[in-house]
Design a protein around this ligand. Structure first.
Ligand code: NDP
Length: 277
């Protein structure tokens, strides 16, 4: 019989680590499947996805800039995907309908809690940015009961809108980056795309609390500008999004295969490989 097939769609997609991660999971758990990467422009998305599933494909990951389109495509979604209005994992449900989920938020929380032993309850948490990634992580963070969650964005109106959309999930405040002058945060999450262009959101030095933690959702072979900023400002940990990437993949793998891979050896391998570059 044919191998169950999976893929990640995005634009650009060439440097995606998802095929590698899912093949390592499959090898580790003894699952037989194929996983490829395909460059797909937004205007081709619907046709490509329909074709993939019509040909017996089992599941898709969707990344930038396709997550909102995947959310619209799904015939039904999880509660966390509904809240974020973004889907990174599509699968065929038992009734043949296409199910959409968003595993980014749980990926971040699992990385923080299980891999870095950081509990969010009682912490003052700051998210930088108000785009799709922020939409995916707000509700999962609020569920951990931080003392406070502030969303700061270059374009204030977008942060305000987002805080308004999530107000039923918990207490949220929104502001502009320049308003971050009189408070220090225990955890600062960079959910802007600034790192992708070697840029850094404009931040006052005082914004990180003593022993605070910095977390950049972006990841690269070298320390991102925000990870570097964290080191320079005395962060206890200054982490990038590689752990989140592996954890969101593990959650997708579980949705598709019903088996939970061990993420630790995969994170260690990917970290060792980039340290050797
Ligand atoms: P979006 O394009 O939806 O949002 C971008 C956000 O970044 C906006 O709020 C924008 O502000 C802000 N921004 C961009 N450049 C700057 C800058 N120079 N200074 C200040 N703010 C800036 O992107 P996404 O939300 O989809 O992705 C954000 C990041 O998260 C990406 O780096 C992505 O790779 C990463 N990510 C990582 C994952 C993982 O598994 N590790 C999962 C998902 C995302 P404005 O509104 O003012 O334009």
């Amino acid at each position: 019989s044919q191998l169950d097939s999976y893929a990640v769609l995005g634009q650009p997609i060439m440097h995606s680590k998802s095929p590698r991660i899912h093949r390592l999971f499959a090898e580790q758990t003894g699952q037989h499947l194929s996983y490829s990467a395909e460059e797909v422009a937004p205007e081709e998305f619907r046709a490509v996805v329909a074709d993939f599933f019509a040909n017996g494909g089992k599941g898709l990951n969707c990344t930038v800039p396709l997550k909102e389109l995947a959310w619209a495509y799904a015939e039904y979604t999880s509660e966390r995907a509904r809240l974020s209005k973004a889907v990174n994992t599509l699968s065929v449900h038992t009734d043949g309908k296409i199910f959409g989920d968003n595993t980014d938020g749980v990926g971040l929380i699992t990385d923080l809690k299980d891999n870095h032993h950081l509990q969010l309850s009682g912490l003052n948490v700051l998210i930088l940015g108000a785009g799709g990634a922020t939409r995916g992580i707000v509700a999962p963070i609020l569920a951990e009961q931080p003392k406070q969650l502030v969303i700061a964005n270059r374009t204030v109106a977008k942060a305000m809108q987002l805080a308004d959309d999530f107000k039923t999930e918990g207490t949220l405040a929104a502001c502009g980056l320049e308003q971050l002058t009189n408070q220090a945060f225990d955890l600062i999450i960079n959910a802007t795309s600034a790192s992708l262009s070697q840029d850094l959101p404009a931040l006052p030095d005082s914004v990180l609390a003593t022993n605070g933690v910095c977390y950049d959702l972006a990841y690269a072979n070298q320390a991102t500008p925000f990870v570097q900023w964290g080191h320079e400002h005395g962060a206890r940990h200054s982490l990038d999004g590689l752990g989140m990437l592996v954890e969101q993949a593990a959650e997708a793998f579980f949705i598709w295969r019903g088996v939970r891979p061990d993420t630790q050896p995969v994170i260690e391998l990917l970290n060792a490989e980039r340290a050797a570059l």
